[in-house]
Design a protein around this ligand. Structure first.
Ligand code: ARG
Ligand code: ZN
Length: 883
């Protein structure tokens, strides 16, 4: 495999390539086990490279068939070819062409990187370093070339032949059943954006007229018979194209835009120029098979990949350390799109929930790394929540700091200045420094410094002087390899409220006027003290409004203040946060009591606040559903931070849930009835909000009165008109257990046995049942005929869900959960290292566990590291996890 050596790649070692490749002509003869690839490269020396340097091209598991330089066949003494490198020590100083013929076996490609087969189709995945598994190349993002791709295949096997760019020519090959197609992409691009697809696929077509009046032919290719399920994705695509024109002035640039959905895919989707390839999970949806969450996911990922056309493709990354340049920025753009399409506050809450669920633990554990890492062993392991989600938060923070208008001007400069180039984070920031006239050097620390800063606040009210003094402090704990942390610039959005909910004008000599008028103060040093004047009584402080920076805020305000905030804060995010903080406090009070053998303390104030939310849910059901949801055991583990025992957290959480369910039973039943499905299913935000609230109500009924909840859930399960309701019924039944649960799982299976994406839900839900028998159930499910170790979606559905979302079982004290995970990781590793490594990173927070579990995990990690023949991917995660 690749990188057998232990040599890390470092940002500081970046050197421009010694050669440039101006154009690439690719000729594919598709064959299941022996595909021929002829690549004709036009090369010349890079004036920025080392003069006289040898030409060294990257490869990975390649077989060289023949090699020609300027048309002359080269003898074996004129080059050196290994599976992972092609070296020519003597090449002309002027431009020259190199014709490389390789043979690859797409069927044997179980890594799903390079050219592989998904079902009966041929497809490619080249990011990050998959192109070198197709032909020898300068497989690095700063080498931009114009590509022409000719594909030849059996017409019966692959009537559809697609590649990047615009179609040029197609036809039959005389004497047989073969045909061909030629595609040309006029936009210079790096090799990771190359793609081709060949197969027998169904299609939905549409068109889009761009803002300058150009007509673009749109097509989404799916498995035959599933065309109708691609309609929502098509609609999302058109809305994305319009939105990027309206919000960022970005127009699409080719005559066609194609999307292909495949069922075997390592990640979510890929933004190949003009030919996006998607995990079908993010394309296919129907009311009967997809939940509201699935629809929202499709909308977001379709938008994300489309937005890459400018942020990623037209402007790409100089090197992989700059990954956040395209990913963080594009996540920011898709978040904004979703906020515009749906509810902005609810979208913000779900962004922050996601960030805290994965990125915060990552940033607090052994796998912590900066948004722009400075060293890697295996780049595929850096497609992380830190690069993506924290990367997006940094862009959001930048906009918050300089203001939306200035931000937009900076983006315009960025598109104007760096179009057609491979850029860096410095390039990006320079545009905003110019637009705003601000020095962004301290802001840049956010990109190089790992770890989540802790923002602490302390308030003191002086009733005589009528002043309120707020002290803000920041601290970032050391992370692996980075002990010295500097203060970063933290935009703190804030407001003060009187006890009856009046928003107070901010007056202070310690803040700049525009800080006060915007309600946004900047903390740049370790500490800042602000005294506010004319404060009539002790105020309620609303801090970090809208989650204005990716930090941990400590401590949470007093419960009485949180209850008031929940009642009247005009920042919806902080209202939700107040509910979360109250819940956390109530659960941790139960944890403490349990540890001391004391009776469980009740939380009447919190429960009363929830009653108000539930009764008033009609105003904004989606928001109410979020605010009524308890933190998960994962949230609890993260907030605890150390000495984590998931059993204790789970028990305390279930205790509070029962308390709430008992107290709100009647209101929950009423809400369940009130929010009943009306009319045909529509996947819009309003309908989704009602269904989400109803699911929360059902859960509360089941918590307060299991019998009643079970009866309602069974009825809903039988009569549900859509997958969202059916799955929320099944979730309730899964938690209640007993025969009703088993019968429901069985009937669900029968109904959807032919639908892989729905079966994934069936596997996942079973894997997340929080009871000890689940581990055995998962083991049994692994021998189910529908389970597969080779399909990434199925593997994630069962094993990923178990390891990431079932903390009590995964962290069982007998080590059975860890046994299960490591067995699967080692099994999958030789076939698909990327997916194996990803599964193993579910141990990202292992150091926060209590001692016995920590010892079990450590032994497992040491055992993995000691194995021979481990992939670079899995070795890298296991090694760093031990840091
Ligand atoms: N660029 C893709 C995205 O839109 C991710 C592809 C990464 N794939 C990989 N194997 N590293 O997020
Ligand atoms: Zn992306």
């Amino acid at each position: 495999m690749r990188h057998p050596s232990n040599v890390p790649v470092r940002l500081t070692d970046y050197r421009p390539a010694d050669f440039l490749i101006d154009s690439v002509a690719l000729d594919f003869r598709l064959d299941r086990t022996a595909t021929r690839v002829v690549a004709t490269l036009t090369l010349r020396r890079n004036p920025k490279g080392v003069p006289g340097a040898a030409l060294v091209l990257d490869g990975d598991e390649l077989t060289l068939v023949s090699l020609k330089l300027d048309g002359r066949a080269l003898g074996p003494q004129e080059y050196e070819a290994t599976p992972d490198r092609l070296t020519l020590s003597a090449v002309p100083d002027g431009p020259f062409t190199l014709e490389i013929e390789t043979r690859v076996d797409p069927t044997a490609n179980t890594q799903l990187s390079g050219l592989y087969r998904s079902g009966s189709a041929y497809c490619t995945q080249c990011e990050a370093e998959g192109f070198r598994r197709i032909t020898y190349f300068l497989d690095r993002p700063d080498v931009l070339s114009v590509y022409t791709t000719r594909i030849e295949a059996d017409e019966r096997e692959a009537p559809v032949l697609l590649a990047n760019g615009n179609p040029v020519e197609a036809g039959k090959i005389a004497g047989g059943s073969r045909h061909y197609a030629v595609w040309r992409d006029p936009f210079p691009k790096p090799s990771y954006l190359f793609a081709l697809v060949g197969g027998d696929l169904g299609v939905v077509r549409d068109s889009f007229t761009t803002m300058s009046g150009r007509e673009v032919a749109l097509a989404i290719y799916v498995e035959h018979g599933k065309e109708a399920r691609a309609e929502y994705a098509m609609d999302a695509l058109k809305r994305s194209m319009r939105w990027d024109e309206e919000k960022f002035g970005r127009e699409y640039d080719l005559d066609v835009f194609n999307i292909v959905a495949v069922s075997d895919f390592n990640m979510g989707a890929m933004e190949n120029k003009g030919l996006n390839v998607f995990n079908d999970k993010y394309v296919l949806a129907s009311p009967e098979t997809a939940t509201d969450g699935d629809y929202a996911g499709i909308e977001a990922v379709i938008a994300h990949e489309y937005f890459h056309n400018w942020t990623g493709n037209r402007i790409t990354c100089r090197d992989w350390f700059q990954l956040c340049l395209k990913e963080g920025l594009t996540v920011f753009r898709d978040h904004e799109f979703s906020a515009d399409m749906r509810s902005r506050p609810v979208q913000r809450i779900s962004e922050v929930r996601g960030l805290r669920l994965v990125q915060f633990p990552e940033d607090a554990g052994p796998l912590a790394h900066p948004v722009r890492p400075s060293v890697y062993h295996e780049i595929n392991n850096f497609y992380t929540s830190t690069v993506y989600e924290k990367g997006s938060e940094l862009v959001r923070m930048l906009r918050t700091l300089i203001g939306a208008e200035t931000f937009r001007r900076g983006m315009d400069i960025y598109f104007e200045r760096f179009d057609g180039t491979a850029a860096t984070v410095e390039d990006f920031l320079s545009c905003f420094a110019e637009a705003s006239g601000r020095d962004l050097s301290q802001f840049a620390l956010w990109y190089s410094q790992a770890g989540t800063p802790v923002l602490s606040s302390e308030g003191a009210y002086d009733p005589d002087a009528k002043t309120f003094t707020l002290t803000l402090k920041q601290e970032t704990r050391p992370t692996p390899g980075q002990t010295d942390k500097k203060p970063v610039v933290i935009p703190v959005a804030l407001a003060l409220f009187s006890e009856n909910g009046q928003k107070l004008d901010l007056a202070s000599r310690d803040a700049r006027p525009e800080e006060l008028s915007r309600g946004l103060v900047e903390l740049t040093g370790a500490e800042r003290r602000l005294t506010f004047e004319n404060v009539p009584s002790r105020p309620i402080v609303s801090l970090l409004r809208g989650f204005s920076a990716p930090v941990r805020l400590e401590p949470a305000p007093a419960s009485a203040d949180l209850e008031r905030q929940l009642a009247f804060d005009d920042d919806p995010f902080n209202r939700w946060q107040a509910a979360q903080s109250l819940a956390l406090r109530a659960i941790f009070a139960r944890v403490d009591a349990a540890r001391q053998g004391a009776a469980a303390p009740e939380a009447p104030g919190y429960v009363a606040a929830l009653r108000t939310l539930l009764v008033g849910a009609d105003a904004d059901p989606a928001f109410a559903a979020q605010a009524l949801s308890l933190p998960s055991v994962i949230d609890l583990a993260r907030e605890a931070g150390s000495d984590v025992d998931p059993d204790v957290h789970h028990a305390a959480r279930m205790g509070l849930r029962a308390e709430i369910g008992g107290a709100l039973r009647a209101d929950a039943e009423a809400a369940y009835a009130r929010f009943a499905d009306k009319g045909p299913y529509r996947p819009d935000a309003a309908g989704a909000g009602r269904r989400a609230l109803r699911a929360v109500a059902l859960d509360l009924v089941a918590a307060g009165d299991p019998q009643k909840g079970g009866a309602l859930a069974q009825e809903l399960f039988r009569n549900a008109g859509n997958m969202t309701d059916r799955l929320s019924a099944l979730t309730t039944l899964a938690l209640l257990g007993g025969d009703a649960r088993e019968a429901a799982f069985e009937s669900f299976y029968k109904q959807f046995a032919d639908d892989p994406l729905v079966l994934d839900k069936w596997f996942s839900l079973q894997a997340t049942i929080p009871e000890p028998a689940t581990t055995q159930r998962v083991i049994k499910l692994m021998s189910h005929p529908d389970f597969s170790l080779t399909n990434p979606n199925r593997l994630r559905a069962l094993i990923g869900a178990f390891a990431n979302a079932n903390l009590t079982c995964f962290h069982a004290l007998d080590g059975s959960g860890y046994d299960l995970l490591t067995r699967v990781v080692l099994d999958v590793d030789p076939r698909n290292p990327q997916v194996a490594a990803r599964l193993l990173s579910s141990l990202r927070a292992w150091r926060t566990l209590e001692a016995r579990r920590r010892a079990l995990v450590e032994a497992k990690l040491r055992d993995i590291v000691a194995r021979e023949g481990l992939s670079a991917d899995t070795r890298d995660i296991a090694t760093r996890a031990l840091a």
